[in-house]
Ligand binder design. Sequence first.
Ligand code: ZN
Length: 146
Amino acid sequence: MDEDYPANLIELEERFTTEGACERYLVSLRWPGGFVCPRCQRKGAWASRRGLLICQACQYQASITAGTIFQDTRKPLRLWFRAIWHITSQKNGASALGLQRELGLGSYVTAWSWMHKLRRAMVRPGRDRLRGTIEVDETYSKLRSC
Ligand SMILES: [Zn+2]
């Protein structure tokens, strides 16, 4: 288990108040030993405009969310993190309608598609929840590209 994961809703709310906080958390999960450039394999990057890391050596622009279920989302990461929290905390299973209400999503279709994305990503028991969404989705991405 990842001890870095918030223990309860209060911790989640206090910790992920900004997109920057969510992005830093994703970065720490994807590159636990620090960012390594996928192009030149060197370490070190600047955080650029929303969601991008720029390699200090070769200026390669790496998207923090590329290859995760958050890729290309137009919704804030803060909302996604709360969706994950909501789904994992419903003992009897979350519903798309419940998720829509909880997050104030305008569209039921959006809530339904988030439910399915997140459920698919959280199939492995015993995984840290946010970490699981990232790792599993990378596996799916690799399978798709085969
Ligand atoms: Zn580089």
